[in-house]
Design a protein around this ligand. Structure first.
Ligand SMILES: [Zn+2]
Length: 663
């Protein structure tokens, strides 16, 4: 609450925060129970909007609680919801059609086509990925049917938001469920790199706010829900100053002193990637916030700001009750004293003493702008009664300003229709290169890289994998898709889905579409997905619960832990190695392969996930997916044999999240 007050008093136009368990900072102290309503009322009293984060993936079992939380947020009068899960978006449209929906940056959508798709889903605003360059934002803004919001200050994730499984796979703490443990800040080292080659400096684009404004971005977002109120005050003040054209070097230095990771970066925006963007929290960063500096910013939000001029009209006549009407912000209220005015014995009431009492608006959002009196002759009213009238009038005015017409809320019941399939599960294989394909291969469906020769695609009647990173090259990818003879395409983001649909492909949803519940699966179907690979983060039990179109899960493969725009390997050597053998090493000396293509890098898990010997534990799916990443052709053959024979794993492996799941 203190941080929220700091944001409001320092001039934010909107604040965003979580309510309960479904938000991307579950470790922050969020707003539960009455606090939520109080926080929203406080913001509305200051004409500040409240965007509530409901931006995590939600399982079928959690849906009743999610619906309760959603209703509570809507009843409290929030102005918008920030959403990641397509199922949650669907529920919001059904239950509270009038509340605005903002697409979280967790939806990993950063192309004009993808943003259009979000608009079709009912989103009125998109929070852009932090990885976009100025030119890319311009391209989107030129055609976007929705409002655009961009991060201008705060932490940068190494991985494109919504595509990260590092914390989930290493410790079951899911970034997609608001519990990222930030393992990326630990030493993951590239050869000759910085030693912490997954840790980026914090972003700062505050100097570019007016430029972003001119491009067509309407909202500038500060990250920092887990930071101290003084930091919030400083960051909001800095943005305000920038909008007024008076943000200077000193402001920037103070911001840096309050929190940074060896300074700030604008590398993505400037399209200047590389080692300069990396940084971690050094000793100097920790000690730089002096008591004096903290005190300076604390002062900015200590006291309530009197922002609304109020007009008072006071009236008192013998034999009548004293009355006070007050006007502010286009609202007017009228209050009446409890006792009838009597004749004065010694000193009759005069206008000056009324004015003195009505001017005491301290601690409220009002100040007395004009005071008029209509006082009869020889009237007596105790000053305490005038004070009481003022207090009551201002409280009523505040309530009028806070008031919002309640949202209409609909009942919604989740219905499930599960047609249990008894058919043999089909086999679906994704290859990273054609060299991996064995001479003799039997499978029901194959996905090959988009760049694969047309003849090979035709030979295997294969589908193509649309790359996950599309921000910089989507028009090239769109052309390749149109020219590809493949009938179907594996799509992992709304961006990819939009391109595949435009190219007339049958769409198979990939695991990074983050389909985590049956409602989301229904939405995927509505978007044109015919079959869906479920999220890597589901347990076998959760998988069995999901109903809808045909689904499958990845039962073998090195899980991609990160999709990054900044190749970590390039911090040491050049990126040529990343075709075949680049890797990062963690503190224990474990290797994590890195592969780069199309301007994006993927960091893979050190060991493959292996469920080939336990097929009976996965229930309710129609196909098994094997994903080959770093394997040679010989290794592929071994795995295919193991799949047929249900053999136990030979080398090191993990069961992924099938049994332990994520928090
Ligand atoms: Zn690379």
């Amino acid at each position: 609450m203190q941080s929220l007050v700091a944001a409001v008093r320092c001039g934010a136009d909107a604040v965003y925060f979580g309510a309960g368990n479904f938000n991307a900072r579950r470790n922050a102290s969020n707003f539960g129970g009455d606090e939520l309503k109080k926080a929203i009322d406080y913001c509305h009293l200051h004409s500040v909007k409240c965007h509530i984060t409901l931006n995590t993936l939600v399982s079928d079992g959690e849906m009743p609680e999610l619906i309760d939380t959603l209703r509570r947020i809507c009843e409290a009068g929030a102005d918008a919801l920030i959403i990641q899960d397509l199922g949650v978006a669907k529920l919001v449209r059904e239950i509270c059609p009038d509340i605005a929906m903002h697409a979280s940056t967790q939806l990993s959508t950063g192309t004009p086509e993808g943003i259009k798709l979000l608009s079709e889903l009912g989103f009125s605003r998109a929070v852009l990925p932090r990885e976009l360059s100025k030119a890319e934002i311009e391209k989107i803004a030129a055609v976007s049917p929705v409002e655009l919001e961009a991060f201008v200050h705060g932490a940068l994730c190494m991985c494109v938001s919504g595509q990260c499984l590092l914390s989930a796979m290493l410790g079951s703490r899911s970034g997609n469920r608001g519990l990222c443990a930030q393992p990326c800040r630990l030493p993951f080292a590239a050869k000759g790199g910085t030693g912490t080659d997954l840790s980026l400096k914090d972003l700062s684009l505050i100097e570019r706010i007016n430029e972003l404004n001119n491009i067509g971005v309407c909202s500038f977002k500060i990250e920092g829900r887990m930071k101290r109120p003084e930091y919030v005050a400083a960051a909001v003040t800095a943005c305000r100053k920038a909008l007024d054209g008076c943000y200077g070097e000193n402001d920037k230095n103070e911001l840096r002193a309050l929190f940074s990771r060896s300074g700030f970066t604008d590398g993505y925006y400037e399209a200047k990637l590389g080692r300069e963007m990396f940084g971690k929290r050094e000793k100097d960063d920790v000690t730089s916030a002096t008591g004096e500096l903290l005190r300076k910013y604390e002062k900015l939000y200590e006291k309530e700001n009197a922002v609304y001029p109020a007009e008072f009209f006071f009236s008192a006549h013998i034999g009548e009750k004293p009355t006070l009407s007050a006007k502010a912000e286009g609202k007017s209220v009228f209050v009446e004293g409890g006792n009838i005015c009597e004749q004065a014995i010694s000193r009759p009431l005069d206008c000056e003493s009324v004015k003195a009492q009505l001017s005491k608006c301290g601690g409220t959002v009002f100040f007395a702008d004009s005071i008029e009196c209509d006082i009869g002759e020889n009237v007596s009213v105790p000053l305490s009664a005038i004070n009481a009238l003022r207090r009551e009038a201002l409280e009523k005015l505040a309530a009028e300003i806070i008031y919002r017409k309640p949202y209409k809320l609909n009942e919604y019941r989740i219905t499930k229709s599960k047609a249990e399939s008894t058919d043999r599960r089909k086999l679906c294989i994704q290859f990273s290169s054609v060299e991996q394909i064995p001479e003799e291969i039997e499978c029901d469906r194959m996905f090959l890289p988009l760049d694969t020769d047309a003849d090979i695609i035709k030979k295997y009647s294969a589908g193509v994998t649309v790359p996950r990173g599309l921000f910089c090259n989507y028009d090239t990818i769109a052309k390749k898709l149109e020219n590809s003879p493949a009938a179907f395409a594996l799509c992992n983001t709304p961006d990819a889905l939009a391109l595949a649909k435009n190219a007339g492909k049958q769409v198979i949803g990939g695991p990074f579409m983050n389909i985590f519940n049956s409602v989301a699966l229904g939405e995927a179907e509505r978007l044109g997905v015919s079959e869906q690979v479920l999220s890597y983060e589901l347990t076998t039990k959760q998988i069995a619960d999901i109903s809808g179109i045909k689904t499958g899960c990845v039962v073998y493969g090195r899980t991609p832990l990160m999709l990054t725009r900044n190749c970590p390997v390039r911090n040491g050597v050049d990126c040529k190695e990343c075709k075949r053998r680049s890797c990062l090493t963690d503190r224990k000396g474990i290797y994590f392969p890195v592969r780069c293509e199309n301007g994006f890098s993927q960091l893979y898990n050190s060991v493959p996930t292996y469920m080939l010997d336990r097929p009976g534990e996965i229930r309710g799916t129609s196909f098994d997916m094997l994903v080959f990443t770093t394997e040679t052709k010989e290794e592929v053959c071994e795995i295919l044999t193991a799949y047929r024979l249900r053999s136990a794993p030979k080398g090191e492996y993990t069961r992924g999240l099938f049994t332990r799941g994520v928090e």
